[in-house]
Design a protein around this ligand. Structure first.
Ligand code: LER
Ligand code: MN
Length: 269
């Protein structure tokens, strides 16, 4: 398992400096914002090569969700995700992380009742994923479908439901991304849930129980990491978190050390 990070406000802005800095922190790869990749493609490509830091995944950076209520926005989201996939494919990236719809609706917050039926939601998601699966095949990339917790999304909250959608659509290039922050809320036993989706698991996000850097709060990463080891997961653990306290640079470096220690404890380095 290898460590990757998303961008942070305290990283240098210039991509070459950013990637050197990220390497210096002990990461082996970068997860980029989709629009940063599309808008700065040549610069990102050159910097990634020079710093020997692969840009492996994209997350965010497009307008419109694959499960958007607004058809125009959904179409736009699909178009922009396709553009990001083309750029990722050109630099040897693995794929893009996409939830059904982040922050659009929650069944646990008023008004509680979404404007579509469950069956309609399912059809919309299958349609979007079908289109994106084709682009992923063409660009040799993957779509990493992300279950979010009940307050951030209402359509896909659990790994198992993402797995059902992938199987129903028979999508060869859609996989699951498991995010420890969301799993901590939605999965009764993270290790069992991870094991149950081992065939489809393609990517992982890590943060602690409070969405800040791993190691600052009360999430026990070991059972989940042990399950990942047991199922032979060899992909990335991408840090997706804010950083608590100052100086942020030091806190983040301590978090990398903490995760490496957890991996060592289960015999993975
Ligand atoms: C949002 O909480 C999240 O986990 C992101 O990865 C959204 O794609
Ligand atoms: Mn995530």
């Amino acid at each position: 398992m290898k460590l990757a990070t998303q961008d942070k406000p305290f990283f240098p802005t210039d991509f070459k400096d950013k990637f050197d800095y990220v390497r210096g922190l002990g990461f082996e790869a970068f997860e980029i914002d989709g629009k940063d990749l599309v808008r700065n493609f040549e610069e990102v490509k050159a910097a990634s090569e020079q710093a020997s830091l692969p840009v492996v995944t994209a997350c965010g950076g497009y307008n419109g969700w694959i499960g958007d209520f607004d058809e125009k926005k959904r179409e736009n989201g699909i178009r922009e995700i396709q553009e990001i996939l083309k750029c990722l494919g050109e630099i040897g990236g693995k794929g893009i992380v996409i939830p059904a719809a982040w922050g659009m609706f929650s069944k646990r917050l008023p008004p509680m009742v979404p404007p579509r039926t469950e069956q309609e939601d399912r059809e919309v998601l299958l349609d979007s994923l079908g289109k994106l699966n084709e682009t992923a095949v063409e660009t040799d990339t993957k779509i990493y479908l992300e279950p979010l917790n009940r307050y951030e999304d209402y359509m896909i909250n659990k790994l198992q439901y993402a797995q059902e959608l992938i199987k129903e659509g028979n999508f060869s290039s859609v996989e699951i991304i498991a995010d420890f922050f969301h799993m901590n809320i939605e999965e009764p036993k993270m290790d069992e849930s991870l094991t149950a989706v081992k065939e489809q698991l393609g990517h992982v996000h890590i943060a602690d129980s409070n969405r800040f850097e791993p190691g600052n709060a009360h999430l026990d990463f070991l059972p989940g990491f042990e399950a990942l080891k047991q199922i032979g997961y060899e992909g990335y653990l991408a840090f997706e978190c804010r950083v608590l306290g100052e100086p942020a640079e030091e806190r983040y470096a301590q978090s990398v050390t903490y995760i490496k220690k957890c991996l060592k404890e289960i015999g993975v380095s």
